[in-house]
Design a protein around this ligand. Structure first.
Ligand code: HEC
Ligand code: HEC
Ligand code: HEC
Ligand code: HEC
Ligand code: HEC
Length: 190
């Protein structure tokens, strides 16, 4: 123990110097963009369980951008009005929806998931490979109230799935192909 203390004292600066980058790497790997459980208030209490669950609506009816672009996009009020012109008219929320629609005021849905600007994510290549929404978002058809961050979209999460995918689809992958691209810093960072 005494010897250990002596070593600690003698090399304190070096030890701290070594720990700083280690701590940094650890932080980069595990830090969530917004902590799991983050669930901002929304202008209208929208239920995925009613619409995507009980009514079995296709996610893409409302998140139309998901196959074509980086962003899945959140629906405008006109999309809701396709039904709510007639459905549930007694509800105060639907009345609010209708009033703002007539006034031409868009609803401001608050973003739940939000990667930092230096990270690049696009839905398109993932959907093109046939990944289900639930692989990353969990089963949204069960979500009754506010959407919350269920999975921390940190770097380790992205890279782990890319690594598993490569290991599964091309176990003997030589360099210079998809396996390299999926792990390349430039693939996910500007
Ligand atoms: C009837 C329209 C509608 C359908 C169908 C629908 N959603 Fe949504 N979704 C919304 C609206 C409106 C919001 C924004 C309000 C909120 O976050 O609660 C949203 C938010 C989300 C978010 C969070 C967005 C953010 O800001 O990060 C995810 C993820 C999501 N939906 C996934 C899905 C999935 C997966 C399905 C299919 C199982 C689906 N949605 C079906 C309307 C819909
Ligand atoms: C490979 C993982 C993955 C899959 C599969 C996936 N998403 Fe996402 N989704 C994300 C990430 C990561 C974000 C956060 C993007 C950001 O902040 O820039 C996100 C954000 C969203 C948002 C918020 C708006 C946006 O684009 O920033 C919605 C809505 C959404 N996803 C819906 C869907 C739907 C619907 C599907 C299935 C058709 C789906 N997602 C499939 C990872 C995924
Ligand atoms: C395909 C038709 C359809 C679309 C599109 C649709 N809804 Fe609905 N919505 C329904 C039905 C059906 C119910 C259940 C009505 C009931 O229980 O009386 C409902 C219920 C609701 C409720 C609960 C009403 C209450 O107070 O009981 C809200 C809020 C709501 N929807 C908001 C939205 C929003 C916001 C959008 C657009 C993002 C949307 N809906 C798009 C069909 C739709
Ligand atoms: C559930 C598994 C999974 C997760 C989680 C995931 N990815 Fe992917 N990613 C894939 C697959 C599969 C592909 C398609 C590979 C191919 O084209 O062969 C892909 C492709 C990509 C591409 C396109 C690469 C190219 O050049 O073609 C980018 C960029 C990307 N992912 C970024 C991300 C980011 C950023 C995250 C985290 C926020 C993430 N991915 C999370 C499975 C995943
Ligand atoms: C598959 C996608 C992907 C790859 C490959 C990737 N990153 Fe990241 N990285 C991300 C995402 C997503 C974040 C944001 C995570 C967050 O906000 O917690 C991030 C965050 C970071 C951060 C900042 C951490 C923070 O606290 O915000 C640094 C620095 C970083 N990455 C460096 C790298 C380097 C260096 C490489 C190459 C060795 C690399 N990344 C490869 C997806 C990726």
């Amino acid at each position: 123990m005494a010897a250990f203390t002596t070593i600690l004292k003698k090399h304190r600066a070096k030890i701290i110097l070594a720990l700083v980058p280690l701590g940094l790497i650890y932080w980069i790997w595990v830090v969530p963009p917004k902590y799991t459980g983050y669930a901002p208030d929304q202008p209208v209490p929208f239920s995925h369980k009613i619409h995507a669950g009980e009514m079995n609506m296709d996610c893409k009816f409302c998140h139309a951008g998901v196959e074509k672009s980086a962003h899945a996009s959140v629906p405008d009020t006109a999309t809701c009005m396709k039904c709510h012109q007639h459905v549930a008219s007694d509800s105060k929320y639907i009345q609010y929806l209708r009033t703002t629609y007539q006034q031409g005021v868009p609803l401001r849905w608050n973003k739940v998931h939000d990667l930092p600007d230096h990270a690049r994510f696009s839905h398109k290549p993932h959907i093109a490979k046939g990944l289900d929404c639930a692989a990353c978002h969990g089963d949204m058809r069960q979500v009754e109230g506010k959407v919350e961050v269920a999975t921390a979209f940190n770097m380790g999460w992205c890279v782990n799935c890319h690594r598993d995918y490569v290991a599964e689809t091309q176990p003997d992958a030589p360099g210079g192909n998809v396996s390299v691209r999926l792990a390349d810093c430039g693939t996910c960072h500007y």
